[in-house]
Write a protein that binds this ligand. Structure first.
Ligand code: ADP
Ligand code: MG
Length: 484
């Protein structure tokens, strides 16, 4: 197959192992051109009902009775299927989201790695024997919830789908996935690949559609036992309310305004490219983006000059041309980012960017220059609101207490980066930062490391062994002994 071939045309829902086409469809837009290049099924209540019923039937008939070893083998085959199709999946993801091709390739590697990781871990899920008495055996079992709902956003559709599906499936749940209407295609494609890899029909169902239709139908469905959501704070609140209505657990990953904190003793050669990448990757459309640079005033001028140089040589273009920076997802997001940048012009010093790049090739798509604001007050709108674009704010600080106060001074608490050569200061910051993950002298985290927010970044855990356990509940058992 041609390395860059993207299957065009109409993408279905996947329900009960079947490709289901709906009467109405949703146009899928290429963010680099603003043009429609495919359509996807527009599911509503009826399709969601079917998908939940198919998942329930699969759970009862096969998945609930499967052994951990059987699921491990299937997850492993699926990881291989993703890897075998990585060229096609990366091209599809890049076209659908606008992200540079090499970033889409990394997303595909992560997608496969989630299934590999949970394939390896699932046989390590078991209960324990509790020493509660000598006349009885007291122990716990770990059981799947049953049917789990998964609603995901458009920024890393493939990566986030696999992040949430892999532990749910490994733990023995049957899943209904609702991808974002802006970037649904890779979700449909992986459900097809799952069937080819041997997953029984109904174990993984995909219901593309709008949030207010398929999304609301799924999150409020009385037939689901658990809901996982990644997206915005207002919709996260709606999901939590819907879950409360059915008294089911919800796991919410809702974004952030994460700091990169650069101390005066940091290795700037190491920090600079990573700090830039932490905001430019995926055009800043990353929940855990390093959106705020907090820098000690002794190294402020030097670091800002270096970042400005990187921003100035950043290449911009369609994802398929594999530039450093692709377009943002949609006209709506493009406009939102522009409005926040305009607020920023009145609040801080614009050092670089701030506009749509000049040139005919940028006119139809949703492009933005990499944008750098300096001397941003901690309480400024652009330092508080999640911009979800390639916009970095710089705030200088004087001492560590001030750095922590600024770092913790937003509604969010997802991740933080710390750059220092001093291990005592690194550990002190690790303790003081109110967030779910701290990365010291790096800004990368793996599939293995638990990830989850504090405050308005949400609750629940993704990734790592903890996420696998979170897709089970514990059953306690007590059995009396007796000789006769
Ligand atoms: P964004 O604003 O970045 O698009 P959203 O939180 O709106 O983020 O979207 C994340 C996911 O939530 C998408 O799959 C979207 O379709 C879905 N969604 C949006 N509105 C609702 C809703 N009312 N109920 C359930 N899901 C929704
Ligand atoms: Mg939305």
């Amino acid at each position: 197959m041609n390395r860059h071939m993207v299957p065009e045309g109409a993408y279905p829902a996947i329900i009960g192992g079947e490709r289901i086409f709906t009467q109405q469809n949703i146009d899928v837009i290429d963010p680099a051109t603003g043009k429609v290049f495919a359509t996807v099924a527009r599911c509503g209540q009826a399709e969601v009902d079917q998908a939940v019923a198919a998942a329930r039937a699969a759970f009862k008939k096969s998945w609930r009775l499967s052994t951990a070893a059987e699921r491990a083998r299937l997850l492993g085959s699926f990881a291989q299927a993703i890897t075998d199709n990585s060229d096609q999946l990366a091209a599809l993801e890049s076209r659908d989201t606008g992200k540079p091709l090499r970033q889409a390739r990394v997303d595909v590697q992560f997608a496969a790695r989630y299934f590999e990781y949970y394939s390896n871990m699932v046989e390590a899920v078991f209960g324990s024997v509790i020493p509660a008495g000598t006349d009885r055996l007291t122990f716990t079992l770990r059981e799947a919830y049953g049917v789990t709902g998964h609603i995901i956003p458009w920024n890393y559709p493939l990566g986030i789908a696999c992040r949430t599906l892999a532990p749910a499936l490994a733990a023995g749940n049957c899943c209904v996935l609702k991808p974002a209407e802006q970037a649904p295609l890779s979700s449909v494609r992986i459900a097809e690949l799952a069937l080819e890899a041997g997953f029984p029909a109904g174990v993984l169902n995909v219901v593309p559609g709008y949030g207010a239709e398929a999304g609301a139908a799924l999150s409020g469905h009385p037939g689901i036992d658990h809901i996982s959501f990644t997206g915005s704070v207002p919709i996260g609140r709606k999901i939590a309310e819907a879950a409360a209505g059915n008294l089911i657990p919800a796991a919410l990953e809702l974004g952030g305004k994460s700091p990169n904190i650069v101390l005066a003793d940091a290795d700037l050669d190491l920090a600079t490219p990573v700090v830039a990448q932490a905001i430019l990757q995926n055009a800043g459309q990353t929940c855990s983006a390093g959106a705020r640079l907090l820098v000690h005033r002794d190294v402020h001028d030097e670091l800002v000059a270096r970042l400005k140089a990187i921003f100035a040589r950043t290449t911009i273009g369609a994802g398929s041309a594999d530039p450093d920076l692709g377009p943002v997802i949609s006209a709506v997001q493009h406009q939102r980012i522009g409005e926040l940048i305009d607020i920023g012009r009145g609040e801080a010093e614009l050092v670089h960017g701030g506009n749509r790049p000049a040139g005919a090739q940028y006119e139809a798509g949703y492009f933005f220059e990499p944008t750098l604001f300096d001397q941003v007050a901690p309480e400024a709108t652009i330092a508080q609101r999640e911009i979800f674009g390639p916009v970095l704010t710089v705030t200088p600080f004087g001492d560590l207490d001030e750095a922590v106060e600024i770092a913790n001074g937003t509604d969010y608490g997802l991740v933080a980066g710390v750059w220092t050569r001093n291990i005592g200061r690194a550990n002190w910051l690790l303790r003081e930062l109110h967030c779910g993950q701290v990365m010291i002298n790096t800004f990368s985290n793996g599939v293995e490391l638990p990830f989850g927010g504090r405050k308005k970044s949400g609750y629940g855990v993704e990734k790592g062994f903890d996420a696998l356990l979170a897709f089970t509940h514990v059953k306690g058992a007590v059995v009396m002994m007796g000789k006769d």
